[in-house]
Design a protein around this ligand. Structure first.
Ligand SMILES: [Zn+2]
Length: 475
């Protein structure tokens, strides 16, 4: 039986249209999904939208829309990214989906309530609507949430609590021994230090008056389930956990959760604790990406510097955007976007580097009748085998930019080979040289498939039809 590979992104919050940061996460997950499919594994790649909560409700009210209608509109914008970014996701889950998501949430709630991991308690605390989370006084800067520059609201009510403290030692242990492996390592140290400060139980519901837009607590209509608590469950609701489906039994646990650095605490602490309480296996890897700035500044509506992935793709094409995100930004670090950087990468790496090599080789090949040699020169074969091996190693550690560096080294190697052999000169063994090069570009196309799927296909197609067209016209 084929090995399974289950990969997820976080689910996007439907109070704003997609931005380039979430596109990065989607594209990273897509690379891994495609790579594992190419290895012959059975892959399930999930993404979706997180649609409940005060922020969404307020945004909907702000444009005088019913929350469901508002969510439908935004969710479809995220769903459309599949086409825009050429994603290979197998599913798209919405937390407002009462048929798919809610039964799992209800089942989990009832189980945890029955075994005492959820209990009622009076509570007073500070709540940041921006974070959709309680925030501690010591974390405020000048009385405001450091992430949202908003003053938190004081909330006093009787809520349900989840016994996070009961599981924090267990979570600490699995993080320490890499049972849940966190990339990058610095995030692992950060969460361990956080746990060492002491972990309290977490409120997992709000009064219905305060949180109207959400999933009602089973058997208690006065309360709504806290959105983080139910949103995390999308990773198992999409597999029909509630029905203990064959799909769930096959794909759970997740092999990789991809997410951003702003939400990693929920995933690295709360999520494993919920899974412990449910006696379910834990996810294997958590890949935490950084943020993308615009010319060194945070992207924000007020600064008007938000880069829209849809517009970028419209102008420069899907693969150019995928390439920039993966090559320019190390997978687990922050990165910066400017149009100058984007155009620089495009022209030097795609138009001149890859595009030029493919056009050169195919133009030479058009002049001689050629056949692809199954057995290229030893030097070539060796170089290509090594590249495959090293690329796989880098991919297993999620260093996407390094994989692209390796592929572009192979491109330079081919350029060097052409200069050395000068197959257009008389008396040269043209056919042999060109066959070697054709072999190389077909392998480059295959290496590139997870990263630039459309370009990869185009290269192989041009080889087939023996007609070259520019892959990336200069911009
Ligand atoms: Zn906040």
């Amino acid at each position: 039986m084929a090995k399974k590979f289950y990969i997820t992104t976080s689910i996007a919050y439907t109070n704003a249209p997609p931005h380039i940061g979430f596109s990065l996460e989607l594209v990273q997950a897509d690379i891994l999904a495609r790579h594992h499919r190419n290895l012959g594994e059975e892959v399930f790649f999930l993404t979706g939208t997180d649609e409940h909560g005060q922020k969404v409700l307020r945004a909907a009210e702000g444009c005088k829309k019913e929350p469901k209608e508002f969510c439908d509109e935004f969710s479809s914008k995220y769903k459309r990214l599949k086409k825009v970014l050429n994603l290979s996701n197998d599913d798209f889950i919405r937390t407002t989906d009462q048929k798919r998501h809610w039964p799992t949430v209800r089942k989990v709630w009832s189980e945890l309530k029955a075994n005492g991991d959820i209990y009622e308690k009076k509570y007073q605390g500070l709540y940041c609507v921006g974070c959709e989370a309680f925030i501690k006084k010591k974390d405020l800067v000048d009385g405001r949430c450091p992430h949202h520059q908003q003053k938190p609201e004081i909330i006093e009510e009787e809520n349900y609590f989840f016994k996070l403290s009961k599981y924090s030692d267990k979570v600490k242990k699995v993080i320490e021994n890499d049972e849940i492996k966190i990339f990058p390592e610095s995030r692992k140290n950060e969460i361990l230090a956080f746990i060492d400060q002491g972990v309290e139980d977490i409120s997992c519901s709000r009064s219905k008056e305060k949180l109207k837009w959400g999933i009602p607590v089973p058997d208690d209509d006065s309360q709504t389930i806290y959105i983080w608590f139910e949103a995390l469950l999308n990773y198992i609701s999409a597999l029909d956990f509630a029905k203990n489906s064959a799909k769930f039994r096959k794909f759970w646990p997740a092999d990789v959760h991809c997410l951003g650095k702003d939400i990693f605490r929920f995933h690295i602490l709360l999520w494993p604790a919920i899974l412990f309480a449910l006696k379910l296996p834990l996810p294997k890897n958590i890949l935490v990406h950084g943020f993308i700035t615009f010319a060194g500044q945070k992207m924000s509506k007020s600064l008007g510097n938000i880069v829209c992935p849809v517009e970028l793709v419209k102008k420069y094409g899907t693969d150019a955007v995928r390439y920039f995100l993966l090559r320019e930004i190390p997978a687990t670090e922050d990165g910066d976007f400017t149009y100058q950087k984007f155009k620089g990468r495009y022209n030097s790496d795609l138009a001149s580097g890859l595009g030029n090599l493919v056009a050169r080789v195919l133009t030479m090949a058009e002049k001689v009748s050629y056949q692809l040699r199954i057995k290229p020169d030893y030097e070539f074969k060796n170089k290509i085998n090594k590249t495959w091996k090293n690329c796989k190693k880098e991919l297993d550690e999620f260093r996407f930019n390094e994989v692209l560096v390796l592929i572009w080294e192979l491109i330079s190697f081919c350029d060097g080979y052409i200069e050395k052999e000068r197959p257009w000169e008389e008396g040269k063994n043209q056919k042999e040289v060109i066959s070697n090069l054709l072999f190389a570009i077909s392998e480059i196309a295959k290496l590139l498939e997870p990263f630039l799927p459309e370009t990869s296909e185009k290269i192989l197609e041009q080889m087939e039809t023996k007609k070259s067209k520019p892959l990336f016209p200069r911009i």
